[in-house]
Each structure stands twice: as C-alpha cells, then as structure tokens.
Design a protein around this ligand. Structure first.
Ligand SMILES: [Fe+2]
Ligand SMILES: [Fe+2]
Length: 169
C-alpha cells in the first residue's frame, strides 16, 4: 500500500469523525491495522482504546479536562513506550532487515509525543485536540504501513521455518 495514500485515508477518517456527532470514538479497529500476530494486534488494540480515551478526555466539558487529559496522556506515553520496546525487540530478534529504519520511526514518534506533553505541561491549552489528531494519524499510519511490512516479513520467515516455533514465547 502507498504510504501517502494511507495517510490521506486516515486523515479523511479523522475529519469525518470530527464532523460527526460521534463524541466517544476517534479510532476504530480496522482490518488495515491487523498484522496477524496476536501479541502485536493485542497491543495495537490497546492503543486504539487509549486513543479513544484521550479523545473522550478532550471533549469533557465539565471542567475536569485538565486532570483527566493529563492522566490519560501519561498512560498513553507509557503504553506507546512499552509497545515500541516490545516491537523493537521482536524485530531485532527476527533479523528484520528494515529494523534500524523502523526503530528510527518509533524514536521520532516518541520525541513528538514528549514535545506535546511538555508543551501541554507548560500551559499550551491548544495541545489536547491537536495531540489526539496527530497521535491517531501518526500511530495508525505507522501501523497500517510500517508494521504491516514487518508482519509480512515475520510471517514469511515463519512459513519458511526460519524462525523458531516458540518465537513469540
Ligand atoms: Fe506497532
Ligand atoms: Fe512499529
């Protein structure tokens, strides 16, 4: 799949959600995100859940936005970190040739997230909305394209018997 095309599709998804009355979900699980590797898909589903929690926190109108958003933002940072560490380890062990580039993309996303967190904590009140949108665009674009690519490689290696049967533990 073409990377730019996938990003455009995800952007359109986001626009549709923001223009609809749907005030509980911005991200939905979609076949485009499935890698066919259970461990990874479970973690990606958790990212969908957390993105929706953040989105909900953004739309809180009762004055609790600050606390709920901050707490959820930190949960998200922790979980993204956890997921990327697990994925990096998996890719390195599998001998994935694109691992260095893949890791670079993870590092760059973490850097962007931490910049937003800092900006929010410094008092920039415009962070929440743009944070959720960027997060969804970034993470889900990455999952739909880059994670999809390594999953194909890993499945292929498994089919060829080049990875141990207990590779996933
Ligand atoms: Fe991933
Ligand atoms: Fe990844």
């Amino acid at each position: 799949m073409d990377y730019n095309k996938a990003i455009m599709e995800i952007k359109t998804d986001i626009k549709n959600v923001f223009n609809s009355d749907n005030d509980t979900e911005i991200a939905a699980w979609d076949h485009r995100y499935a890698t066919g590797i259970k461990l990874v898909d479970d973690q990606h589903r958790e990212l969908v859940t957390l993105t929706n929690q953040l989105y909900k926190a953004c739309r809180t109108r009762d004055g609790t936005l600050g606390n709920v958003f901050k707490e959820t933002m930190h949960k998200m940072v922790e979980y993204v970190h956890f997921h990327f560490t697990a994925e990096n380890e998996l890719l390195e062990r599998s001998g994935y040739p694109e691992y260095p580039d893949h890791k670079k993309e993870h590092d760059s996303l973490i850097k962007d997230i931490l910049t937003s967190v800092k900006s929010y904590e410094d008092g920039n009140k415009f962070v929440p909305n743009s944070f959720v949108r960027t997060l969804k665009e970034w993470i889900f674009g990455h999952i739909a394209i880059k994670d999809h690519l390594y999953a194909t490689y890993i499945r292929d290696q498994m089919n060829k018997g080049l990875l141990a049967k207990n590779f996933f533990g």
